[in-house]
Design a binder for this molecule. Structure first.
Ligand SMILES: [Zn+2]
Length: 307
């Protein structure tokens, strides 16, 4: 089965036989894990699209080109945002497209569990590994509490399914070691809320990466955090620190903001899919604001008090 996310329509197109509606189709525990992983990956692109200002600007530019073609029959040239998306930064060797794709694969690994991704890749014979290594890896898994995955598993899973898109994660791993499993997603996420994601990612990595990695180590060493909550707690505690580092490091005029901030002044208001989606976002935010949850920022959508 193949699936693709279509930016202009916000739809995930699935290539295959129609299936009965299954509200649990995206659940990581489904028996058809391969199929649900493919769908999950494209669903992550959907949420990235709504969250990252840079991607909203890209959709805006492409929507405007499409409208021009429909109204005047003219095929406009590729715009500056698309060029930036595909531009491979010679200093770091990858593009914003790669960064965005790498982040989607990272979330795919986290959602399904690195250990499960690795096992499945071996089961399907998509990645070779010596049987002795597989056996040693399985035994190591069973000796950890709750059969938990480690940062090393995230790294190995990324090597297996990341392909050429793994480059940003592997570069972060080279600099920060296992702490990259926590630092990478925050830096990639924040870089995608700027006009020049790869340049921003390089600046953030060089100027605040080590500081954030040290904070990861401190959080992970905190004996008060139960083993099973380490991933969530570390990500939650690291978030505000990464945001502060972002505000301190990057020029404010390079920041696109989150989804809603970039959507509001865009031409996407004339795109029915985006208009309906962001109307629903605003409605949900208004409803949340009347509850206790309204006291909590929603930084991923750019709806909180702080953004
Ligand atoms: Zn993808």
């Amino acid at each position: 089965m193949k699936a693709t996310f279509c930016r202009a329509s916000l739809l995930v197109q699935v290539n295959g036989e129609p299936q009965p509606t299954d509200s649990l189709a995206l659940s990581p525990g489904r028996s058809s894990t391969t199929r649900s992983r493919i769908l999950f990956h494209e669903a992550v692109h959907y949420w990235q699209e709504l969250s990252h200002g840079f991607l909203i600007k890209l959709a805006d530019e492409e929507w405007t080109r499409l409208r021009t073609y429909e109204e005047k029959g003219e095929v406009a040239g590729i715009g500056p945002v698309r060029r930036e998306f595909d531009w491979q930064d010679p200093g770091i060797g990858f593009s914003a497209r790669t960064l965005h794709e790498c982040l989607a694969r990272y979330w795919e690994i986290i959602a399904f569990g690195p250990a499960q991704v690795i096992s499945l890749e071996w089961q399907l014979d998509r990645t070779a590994a010596h049987p002795d290594f597989q056996q040693a890896w399985k035994e190591a898994r069973h000796s950890t509490p709750e059969n938990a995955s480690s940062s090393d598993d995230v790294y190995m899973a990324m090597l297996m399914i990341g392909g050429e898109y793994a480059a940003p994660f592997l570069a972060a791993w080279q600099q920060f070691g296992p702490d990259a499993a926590f630092v990478f997603p925050w830096l990639a996420h924040l870089a995608l809320t700027t006009d020049r994601p790869t340049t921003s990612y390089a600046m953030l990595t060089n100027e605040c990466g080590h500081e954030l990695a040290n904070e990861v180590s401190e959080i992970l060493d905190d004996p008060a955090i139960p083993f099973t909550e380490r991933y969530d707690s570390t990500m939650i505690l690291l978030g505000p620190r990464a945001h502060l580092a972002f505000l301190r490091t990057l020029p404010h005029d390079s920041m696109t903001g989150y989804g809603l901030t970039a959507y509001s002044p865009s031409h996407l208001r004339t795109n029915p899919a985006y208009a309906a989606t962001f109307d629903a976002v605003v409605t949900a935010a208004s409803a949340l604001a009347t509850t206790r949850a309204g006291a909590i920022d929603c930084p991923a959508m750019g709806l909180g008090r702080g953004f």
